[in-house]
Design a protein around this ligand. Structure first.
Ligand code: BG6
Length: 293
């Protein structure tokens, strides 16, 4: 572990030299590097690494609300809280620890949080780095309350790309989506793959479990595998919106693409004692590995 602005950062490494960094602020993954030390996640050059806000980049956790569809702050409070290291993590599938470097984090609501969202929960997050460099995030939310509650969730993943105009997403074909830029109007994706030439802010509904983000210039593909997370958010702010964000460079939209594994359209409901699990596994492979190429 190390310290940044008084906040602990956990560094995971594998024997091949890949690494990941997780901040206790927000339980946010702030870096993921391959075995050559090359960064795979976007972080803005203007990112602010000081609490109370989530820094612009990496993988902020949106919980218990996504966006502004609710009474809470944008994307919920989890990304703005200080998480603890979980010294007594639950037993997961054997496969979730074997040969992996991992950290377990825990978020519980404070008295103050309960005023805004009166539901007692325990949120356990495991971030692990495998021998092959894959990064896995497992979120488990348990209702430790006397009454039922509902929430939405997203792993707001900022992928680093060479040039947004050279990138396409495969796996969302024929999916319905809600377009945030068109007052949440519902459309059906028509094309073979998604490409980018203007601002995009969409919620794809009930997509398949594997999505690929192909970067032509780098000849590299990010493979997103998700469980318990039916939806996918795709976001790029493009030119105009970039200029309105203080912690984002005017031209940086060209180097990033958010593709979030999420559960938004149908919120997750937990009865007392129930638990929900949402998994995200990220891999990076040469594009020639993909049949689509
Ligand atoms: C995206 C939303 O996921 O996150 C956008 O769909 C939003 O509408 C963006 O602008 C960034 O949010 P924030 O709070 O990190 O600036």
């Amino acid at each position: 572990t190390k310290d940044l602005n008084g906040v602990g950062q956990v560094v995971l490494r594998n024997p091949q030299g890949a690494s990941a960094q997780v901040s206790l602020h927000g339980g946010q993954v702030t870096s993921w590097r391959n075995e050559h030390g090359e960064e795979l996640l976007f972080t803005s050059s203007k990112a602010i690494f000081k609490p109370p806000k989530a820094m612009r980049g990496g993988i902020p956790i949106c919980f218990p609300q996504f966006g502004n569809c609710g009474s809470l702050e944008l994307h919920g409070f989890a990304r703005n809280k200080l998480w603890a290291i979980d010294d007594n993590p639950p037993v997961l599938r054997p496969n979730d620890s074997q040969g992996k470097s991992f950290v377990d984090l825990l978020l519980k609501p404070s008295e103050e949080d309960l005023k805004f969202w009166p539901h007692s929960f325990e949120f356990r997050l495991r971030v692990s780095l495998a021998m092959n460099g894959d990064l896995t995030l497992i979120s488990r939310v348990r209702n430790v309350n006397g009454k039922m509650f509902s929430f939405s969730f997203a792993y707001h993943t900022y992928f680093l790309v060479s040039d947004i105009s050279e990138v396409r997403i495969e796996g969302l074909e024929t999916c319905d989506y809600l377009d945030n830029l068109c007052h949440r109007e519902r459309f059906t994706e028509q094309g073979d793959a998604l490409t980018f030439e203007s601002e995009v802010d969409r919620l794809y509904l009930s997509s398949r479990k594997v999505i690929a983000v192909l970067d032509h210039e780098k000849k590299q593909t990010y493979v997103i595998r998700k469980e318990g997370l039916p939806d996918v958010v795709v976001w790029n702010p493009w030119e105009k919106k970039s200029k309105s964000m203080v912690d984002f460079g005017d031209e940086e939209y060209k180097q990033m693409l958010c593709v979030d594994a999420a559960a938004i359209e149908k919120p997750i409901t937990l009865k007392p004692g129930e638990e929900w699990t949402g998994r995200l596994q990220l891999s990076v492979v040469p594009s020639s590995f993909c049949s689509e190429n």
